[in-house]
Design a protein around this ligand. Structure first.
Ligand code: ADP
Ligand code: 5GP
Length: 203
């Protein structure tokens, strides 16, 4: 079957809504999905490894990567740089993988301008109260950073209509199943199967 290029999925949503948890579960469930490893200038959290969770760079290294044209997109989020290295994404799409970028809204809008064929998924918390509890419960940020991230969440909600799907993360298994269903549905879109249709119909 021709047309084996993978699809690009961009996942956003407020900090603490469960994007990382969902993506990790999805990777365990499906071998046709890969996650892009972002670069950031923020400090590693306990347990985070360079090259696995992020490429941890200094601000100077990060700016050099931008200047060298290595980033598909980049943004400043709560005072730190974050960005997607371009090469891996291109390589994996060409290899037929579904590539997930787990990125905030400003970066997602840059990707959308370059990749209108991508699929844009916004992960919603079941409520703002639950979002706060998850962010505090994760225990990875000081309380003032939690407040900053919750404030940022209000701005992020303003971008929802730019996305194709919302996935509510009430129950983790249900949310992962919904995301997985979106991946399958997108694979079945007529316009993503033009080559295959031709092959069958024209013999
Ligand atoms: P994000 O990547 O969006 O910042 P995380 O994946 O780190 O969010 O999740 C934030 C916290 O919420 C983590 O402690 C995680 O274990 C927890 N969490 C994620 N999904 C759920 C869920 N469906 N129900 C309850 N807690 C959840
Ligand atoms: P965290 O510090 O919690 O790991 O991430 C903070 C925010 O940065 C999250 O909303 C996350 O999706 C976003 N983020 C992570 N990597 C990237 C990236 O490569 N580009 C952009 N624009 N945002 C990112």
């Amino acid at each position: 079957m021709k047309n084996n290029r993978g699809n690009l999925f961009v996942v956003s949503g407020p900090s603490g809504t469960g994007k990382g948890t969902i993506c990790k579960a999805l990777l365990e469930k499906r071998d046709d999905v890969v996650l892009s490893v972002s670069a950031t200038s923020r400090s590693p959290r306990p347990g985070e490894e360079n090259g696995v969770h992020y490429f941890f760079l200094t601000e100077e290294e990060f700016r050099n990567n931008i200047d060298n044209g290595q980033m598909l997109e980049h943004a400043v989020f709560c005072g730190n740089y974050y960005g997607t290295p371009k090469a891996y994404v291109e390589e994996m799409l060409a290899a037929g993988k579904n590539v997930i970028l787990e990125i905030e809204v400003q970066g997602a809008m840059q990707v959308r301008a370059k990749h209108p064929e991508g699929v844009y998924v916004f992960v919603m918390p079941p409520s703002l109260q639950e979002l706060r509890e998850r962010l505090v419960g994760r225990g990875t940020e000081a309380l003032e950073v939690v407040e900053q991230r919750l404030k940022t969440a209000e701005r992020e909600f303003g971008y929802i209509e730019k996305y194709n799907y919302i996935v509510v993360n009430d129950d983790i298994d249900a949310a992962v199943n919904r995301f997985s269903a979106i991946i399958d549905a997108e694979r079945c879109r007529m316009e993503r199967n033009i080559e295959f249709i031709k092959e069958v119909c024209e013999g």
